[in-house]
Design a protein around this ligand. Structure first.
Ligand code: PLP
Length: 351
């Protein structure tokens, strides 16, 4: 089995390298704690923890349906969006079935595929580190049950437009489920389009997954959602572990939707920080793809493990993909400066 590798914590790096302080830019988390109104929602809900929560998260489904503008039958809620990705595999993948996805991409796709005894069909990324959608469509065969497409792609950060997705979907049979994984939706330039309004009504095999983990600073609470055809939603619900979505997770999801606009008001500044990091890296001669998430792909190639270690020794934890590159989350202004300074120092050391 391939294992899912979580990012190393700052505390772990401090202990390993005997540092007084380290910063974690390894898991695409929000650099700041959640808004007090969200913390309050979790605390209030915790007081009722003697009772099981609503297994179907009915109230949250209704709120999400109103928020995205679809019927409630098209909405499901999961233990993080990763929970829904696993449910897609549980529902649709039997031993020997193919799961098609671009690679390199999100590391749970191979894990969940193999967990079902499925076969991973990995399609190389295009030259710009985005998806080669013609090759994805061509990789779909009668053995294919499921396609995963992350936009923006994790770890490269390159987004895919709804128009390009529609062209690909028109070539894929409608009994193949296509999951559009939009974990970073809130960071993406709107010109890429909205798969929920533009693809879900047209393609009954499309399911879009989204999450409160990244933009709403709630990664530790585990709450994500999916939008798709009612029959796909029913399949996902059929295989969900009982009470997978905790009461605090449901409560905080409702609170996040209630205060959505003010909570997301900080996103433009965060995107501006990402763009500042990209501009500084490009200015230093790095070739950085057109990233749309809250993270940057640094193509360090064969030096990736070595550069990641050198950054860690300077107190900056990033996510290495040995032989390929580094994924660096966009943190606070100070954290990003610390990363840029450390990278400059490493570059100076090696010349
Ligand atoms: C972070 C991430 C997820 C998400 O996570 P949950 O915390 O489980 O909602 C899903 N897909 C991709 C591509 C991600 O990077």
């Amino acid at each position: 089995m391939p294992r899912y590798r979580p990012g190393k914590s700052a505390a772990q790096a401090e202990a390993e390298h005997d540092l007084s302080s380290a910063v974690k830019l390894a898991s695409n988390e929000h650099p700041f704690p959640p808004d007090p109104r969200l913390v309050e929602a979790v605390a209030a809900s915790a007081a009722g923890s003697n009772r099981y929560a609503d297994h179907l998260a009915t109230e949250l489904r209704h709120a999400l349906a109103a928020h995205v503008g679809v019927d409630v039958e098209r909405v499901t809620v999961g233990n993080g969006s990763v929970g829904l990705l696993q449910q897609l595999c549980l529902a649709y993948v039997d031993p020997g079935d193919d799961v098609v996805y671009p690679w390199r991409s999100f590391e749970v796709y191979p894990v969940f595929t193999q967990l079902m005894g499925g076969r991973s069909v990995q399609v190389p990324l295009a030259h710009d580190l985005g998806h080669d959608l013609d090759a994805v469509a061509a990789a779909v065969t009668p053995d294919t049950k499921l396609v995963f497409l992350a936009t923006p792609n994790n770890p490269t950060g390159v987004a895919t437009s709804v128009d390009d997705l529609a062209t690909m979907l028109s070539k894929v049979p409608d009994d193949v489920i296509v999951c559009i994984d939009e974990a970073y939706r809130e960071f993406v330039d709107p010109r890429f389009g909205d798969p929920v309004t533009e693809l879900v009504p047209r393609f009954p095999n499309v399911v879009v997954t989204r999450t409160f983990s990244k933009a709403f600073a709630l990664a530790g609470v585990r709450i994500g959602y999916g939008i798709g055809h009612p029959s796909v939603v029913a399949m996902l619900d059929a295989v969900q572990m009982p009470f997978a979505v905790s009461a605090p997770a449901q409560a905080v999801g409702l609170a996040a939707l209630d205060h959505r606009d003010s909570l997301l008001a900080t996103i433009p500044a965060w995107i501006a920080e990402r763009d500042r990091v990209v501009a500084e890296l490009r200015g230093a001669g790095w070739s950085i793809p057109d990233v749309q998430g809250n993270f940057v792909w640094l193509p360090t190639g064969d030096a990736s493990a070595e550069v990641a270690l050198a950054l860690e020794q300077r107190g900056v934890v990033v996510r290495p993909f040995p032989g390929e590159g580094l994924r660096v989350s966009t943190g606070s202004h100070e954290e990003n400066d610390r990363f840029l300074d450390a990278l400059r120092a490493i570059a100076a050391d090696t010349v």
